[in-house]
Ligand binder design. Structure first.
Ligand code: AMP
Length: 403
C-alpha cells in the first residue's frame, strides 16, 4: 500500500545536471518515495524512482530540470499519487548559498528568487542549479508553497574571529568575502541527534561533527552553537574531498595562472572537479580507494594518508577551540561506512580520552551508535545524517508559522 501524500513535503536537491527528490512526512519521518534524475541536459539521462518497494529506472531524454520534475511526477501518478492534488504541505529546496541575506528557512517568492540569484556569484556552481529547480517546481506545482533551506544558514552565527579572513577589510566587505560554512543542515541535524543519543540537553554538549561524504566538512559546536567549520566562503576550503582540494596555499592559484597559464575557469575546474582524492589517485569513491590500499596501490595509499592527515589536523584544532569535547561524530557516506577512516582519524589519542573500540567500530548499522567504550571520556559516535528530513521539517515549520 502506498503511504498517503497528504501533508507530506517534497524535498528537492537540484544540482547542475542532477535532481534528487524525496517525498516524506516531516512528523512521522515516513518516506513515501524518493528518486534521482541524472545527466540532465546531456546524453544518456535517466531517472530512478523508488516507491512502495519498487525501484524503477528509465533511460529518458531529460533536456532540463523541468522535464525531470515532470517525469518524476509521472512516476507518482503511476503509483496513484497526483502531486498537484495530493495536499502537499510544501516543496522544500536545498539552496547551497544564502550569502549574508538568508539564515533561516525562507518562503520563496519572486523577491527571494531575485536575491538568491544575486547571491549566485558567491556559488556559481550551485545556486543557479538550485534556482532552476525552484522555478521548475513553482511552475509545475503552483499551488504548493516553496521553501528554501540554506546550506550556510546554521553557520550564520560563527564567531567573528572564525568567520573572518585576514585580508583587506574594505575588499572583503565590498565583495562579501567571509567564511560562510556549508553542509549546515547536516551539521545542525547531526549535532541535535548526538544530544538525543547522549540523553543530554544540546546546550550542554560540546562536539565535533565530521561530515565525510563526497563533499566533506568538519565543525566545532559548543552547546548547539557553531564555533568553527572547515568550509569557507565556498565549499572548496577545508578537508580533502572526493574531487575538491580543500585547503591549499592561495599562492598556488596565482602560480597556476602566472606560470602554468591556466585561465580562471580551468583553475576552478581543476580545484573543484579534478583534485582531492581523485586528483591524488584517480578515484573519488572511498570503497575503491580502500580496496586499492589493501592491494598495495601506492597512489591510493598516499591519497588515503593525505585525507587522514588533514582530518586529524582539523580534529586537533577543534579540540583546542572547544576546550572540552564531549563527542566526536562521524556522518555521511564515508563517515558512516568507512571503519578504517574512523579508526585512523582517531588513532593514538588515548591520552586525550579518545578511544575507538575495534569491535564496535567494525559493526555496521543504520542507527546512531557509539564506537568508543562506554567509559571513555569522549564519546565517539556514528550518526546517520538525514538532510531531507531536516529540510522537510524546516519547510513544514515555515508554512505553518503564523505570518
Ligand atoms: P555522500 O556524499 O554522503 O553520499 O557520500 C558518498 C561517498 O561515500 C561515496 O563517494 C563513497 O566514497 C562513500 N561511501 C559510500 N559507501 C561506502 C562504503 N561502504 N565504504 C566506504 N565508503 C563509502
Amino acid at each position: 500500500m502506498s503511504a498517503g501524500a497528504e501533508g507530506a513535503v517534497l524535498v528537492l536537491n537540484a544540482g547542475s545536471s542532477s535532481l534528487k527528490y524525496q517525498l516524506l512526512h516531516p512528523d512521522t519521518q515516513q518516506v513515501v518515495a524518493d528518486g534521482i534524475a541524472e545527466r540532465i541536459g546531456d546524453h544518456g539521462s535517466s531517472i530512478t524512482h523508488e516507491q512502495d518497494g519498487d525501484v524503477e529506472k528509465v533511460s529518458v531524454e531529460l533536456p532540463d530540470h523541468h522535464a525531470a520534475i515532470e517525469r518524476a511526477m509521472q512516476f507518482f501518478t503511476d503509483h496513484g499519487t497526483d502531486l498537484r492534488s495530493a495536499g502537499l504541505r510544501a516543496v522544500g529546496h536545498r539552496v547551497v548559498h544564502g550569502g549574508r541575506t538568508f539564515f533561516r528557512p525562507t518562503l520563496i517568492d519572486d523577491e527571494v528568487i531575485g536575491e538568491i540569484s544575486r547571491i549566485s556569484s558567491l556559488a556559481p556552481l550551485h545556486n543557479p542549479a538550485n534556482l532552476i529547480g525552484i522555478t521548475a517546481a513553482r511552475t509545475l506545482l503552483p499551488e504548493v508553497p516553496s521553501v528554501a533551506v540554506f546550506d550556510t544558514a546554521f553557520f550564520h552565527g560563527l564567531p567573528d574571529a572564525a568567520a573572518t579572513y585576514a585580508i583587506d577589510r574594505g575588499v572583503a566587505s565590498m565583495h562579501a568575502i567571509r567564511r560562510y560554512g556549508f553542509h549546515g543542515t547536516s551539521h545542525e541535524y547531526v549535532s541535535e541527534q548526538v544530544a538525543l543519543f547522549l540523553d543530554r540537553p544540546l546546550d550542554e554538549v560540546n562536539q565535533i561533527v565530521l561530515h565525510l561524504g563526497n563533499g566533506a566538512s568538519a565543525s566545532a559546536i559548543a552547546g548547539g552553537r557553531p564555533m568553527d567549520t572547515s568550509m569557507g566562503m565556498t565549499p572548496l576550503e577545508g578537508l580533502v574531498m572526493g574531487t575538491r582540494s580543500g585547503d591549499i596555499d592561495p599562492g598556488i592559484v596565482l602560480h597556476l595562472h602566472r606560470v602554468a597559464k591556466l585561465e580562471v575557469d580551468q583553475i576552478d575546474t581543476l580545484l573543484n572537479k579534478q583534485s582531492g582524492l581523485k586528483g591524488l589517485c584517480g578515484e573519488n569513491d572511498f570503497r575503491t580507494i580502500t580496496e586499492k590500499v589493501a592491494d598495495g596501490d601506492q597512489s591510493a595509499r598516499r591519497a588515503y594518508d593525505v585525507y587522514i592527515h588533514r582530518l586529524r589536523r582539523y580534529i586537533g584544532a577543534y579540540m583546542i577551540e572547544l576546550g572540552r569535547v564531549d563527542a566526536i561524530t562521524f556522518t555521511a557516506g564515508v563517515g558512516e561506512n568507512a571503519a578504517s577512516v574512523r579508526a585512523d582519524a582517531l588513532a593514538g589519542l588515548e591520552n586525550y580520552g579518545i578511544v575507538v573500540d575495534a569491535e564496535r567500530n567494525a559493526l555496521r548499522g543504520k542507527d546512531a551508535r557509539r564506537i568508543s567504550p562506554d567509559d571513555a571520556d569522549i564519546a565517539v559516535l556514528v550518526v546517520p545524517t538525514n538532510e531531507e528530513l531536516a529540510i522537510a521539517r524546516q519547510s513544514a515549520e515555515v508554512v505553518t508559522r503564523p505570518r
